[in-house]
Write a protein that binds this ligand. Structure first.
Ligand SMILES: NC(=O)c1ccc[n+]([C@@H]2O[C@H](COP(=O)([O-])OP(=O)(O)OC[C@H]3O[C@@H](n4cnc5c(N)ncnc54)[C@H](O)[C@@H]3O)[C@@H](O)[C@H]2O)c1
Length: 329
């Protein structure tokens, strides 16, 4: 039986991945400090360790017998990282180093790292692949780019690192986030009858959270020694201009009006090539953006997530609430 340790396993992607790996019969150890308050699932073979990735001494024993680590823990998103950039650098960059060092000490030979297509930043309208130059537009993306550099510099015979640059995720999770574009735009459309698009002409790739879990699972099962170390993780057809996301939501949810605020431009604009992960791992996502629009609409019509604007669904608002004011501290 395989045994995995997932850092950040109580988070939006992590709780779906934990459930998936547990259902596949694996043992899963979740390491999480509860920063965003995600749930502890009651799934067979899952144990929870309350710990901070920065403090390896306090959780290193949990690596006993682990076949692979999936490192998801981070301060996630440009706005959340912008609240306290020192902490973002510490958790995202130093935290990655601490996790990799702990793996090497414990003899864990495989690490899967959650990176992001945000690393590409601004690429005009050209499609980018994993070798394209990166132009991170935020501390969040910069911390991921440097974490990638560090991980790729490690000797592969000691620690095989696989990096997944995820597209922007959407869909329902036990730890829900309504600070992600498709989720929040859909919720606003259902509850307030309007969908607002900021900018509109910028491109962005999207991926369902269940498919993100599938991708990690495929990478964990891939035993090829020569496997590439970096994949863009998404689906070519799921590159959208943001105004077309607004149109799609307005068409699906009756009575919704779309507003485009052209003056609110987004510095990020990237369209991504995902052919290698499809070709080499057989990754074919099962759901599209439209499926999430329907999932969230239906859930809200059943009375769920009517508090979608609550700070607990937003990493930025959570970070603001937790910020220690240096004057009063
Ligand atoms: N959601 C997306 O659209 C997306 C896109 C690209 C990449 N990613 C990456 O995927 C990973 C997971 O993202 P998510 O959307 O699930 O975010 P999330 O904020 O829901 O989950 C992050 C988890 O990490 C935990 N955590 C934070 N700091 C920690 C620390 N110091 N020690 C231990 N645990 C800590 C949090 O409690 C939380 O459970 C992140 O690395 C993120 O950068 C996410």
């Amino acid at each position: 039986m395989k045994k995995y340790l997932i850092t950040g396993g109580r988070g939006y992607i992590g709780s779906v991945l934990t459930r998936r790996l547990s259902r596949s019969g694996a043992q899963v150890v979740v390491l999480d400090n509860g920063l965003v308050g995600g749930p502890e699932l009651e799934s067979p073979g899952v144990t929870y360790v309350d710990g901070d990735v920065l403090d390896a001494a306090s959780w290193e024993k949990a690596l006993d017998g682990v076949d692979a680590v999936v490192h998801l823990a981070a301060i996630v998103g440009d706005p959340a990282c912008g609240v306290d950039t020192d902490t973002a650098w510490e958790v995202n960059y130093l935290g990655t180093i601490r996790v990799a060092e702990a793996c090497r000490r414990a003899g864990v030979r495989s690490l899967v790292f959650a990176s992001t297509c945000s690393n590409y930043g601004f690429t005009a309208d050209a499609e980018v692949d994993v070798w394209s130059p990166m132009a991170p537009q935020s501390v969040y993306a910069e911390s991921k780019v440097l974490s990638e550099h560090y991980l790729l510099s490690l000797p592969r015979e000691e620690l095989s690192t696989r990096l997944l640059r995820f597209a922007t995720i959407h869909g329902l999770s036990p730890r829900m986030r309504f600070d992600l574009a498709v989720n929040v735009m859909t919720a606003n459309a259902v509850e307030r009858g309007g969908v607002t698009v900021y900018g509109g002409t910028q491109w962005r790739p999207f991926l369902h959270v269940e498919d993100a879990a599938t991708a990690v699972h495929l990478v964990l099962q891939d035993g090829r020694r020569t496997a590439p170390s970096v994949y863009n993780c998404g689906f070519g057809e799921e590159n959208y201009r943001m105004d077309s996301i607004g149109e799609l939501i307005a068409e699906e949810i009756s009575g919704v009006r779309m507003e485009i605020l052209e003056e609110h431009t987004d510095p990020r604009n990237y369209r991504v090539n995902f052919d290698p992960i499809r070709r080499e791992l057989g990754f074919t996502p099962s759901r599209r953006v439209i499926d999430t629009v329907r999932e969230i609409r239906d859930a809200m019509r059943e009375g769920k997530y009517l508090d979608f604007a609550s700070p607990r669904y937003s990493n930025y608002l959570t970070a603001v609430a937790q910020r220690v004011d240096p004057v009063s501290a």
